[in-house]
Design a protein around this ligand. Sequence first.
Ligand code: NAD
Length: 260
Amino acid sequence: MLTGKTAVITGSTSGIGLGCARAFAAEGANVVINGLGDATEIEATRAAVEKDFGVRCVYSAANMLKPDEITTMIENAEHEFGSVDILVNNAGIQHVAPIDEFPVSTWDAIIAINLTAAFHSIRAALPGMKKRGWGRIINTASAHALVASPYKAAYVAAKHGIAGLTKTVALEVAEQGITVNAICPGYVWTPLVEAQIPDTAKARGMTEEEVKQDVMLKGQPTKQFVTVDQVAGFTVFLCSDPATSITGSILPIDGGWTAQ
Ligand code: NAD
């Protein structure tokens, strides 16, 4: 379905982003993966995408805190593959703390990585998409783009912000064959979720098992973590022909969380 297309997925060295990268590659797209991590592991991840799906996969080390590196990532992808047709703004970090104890530098980093980075990548990728009259931009927001939870001020603010950015850009390019959507997963079992369990346990005075059952899955009526494959499959669907009229949408994949 996506043969001949190029997808850039930020924050794709693990978790949801890697799942998306592999799902796009499975559909025949060349992919640019990006993110932090151990160089040997990243190279193994990159090589596995090429081997498993017979597409080209390149790695960009662009740091989402650095606007110049984000722009260069898009320019390099266009140079390497001729186009950036699909852009998934997925890189994200989390920090759990009461607002009066929230480190200022952590607030700044979360807003930069989870929100501002998408502004820079969209800005860089849109001219090419407009020229070709086709593009798909998918911003990984969160159920926290629609509702809040305590102790996650920066994350919730950034995710609500990216919902606004999504709607605005969708309106600006609606007549140019480009769709812009935000996906809003509930709790997906990934390293990001696993890593926040100890801090949440501390902030709420709970055991780690209580955090899983009574905090995370409490609000998810299915009582199941969302899977990476479910999110990746939906992201691929948003790039398909039947999804052409879906734009400016803030789309939950949350086991019913935000229906409550
Ligand atoms: P993850 O920690 O597995 O992946 C995050 C990715 O972002 C990694 O590849 C990491 O290297 C990258 N990253 C972090 N800082 C970066 C930086 N400065 N520059 C470049 N890359 C950077 O987490 P995940 O759960 O897969 O999260 C992916 C996205 O999904 C995030 O935006 C997150 O907010 C969102 N999300 C996750 C869940 C969940 O339950 N896991 C739910 C809703 C939304």
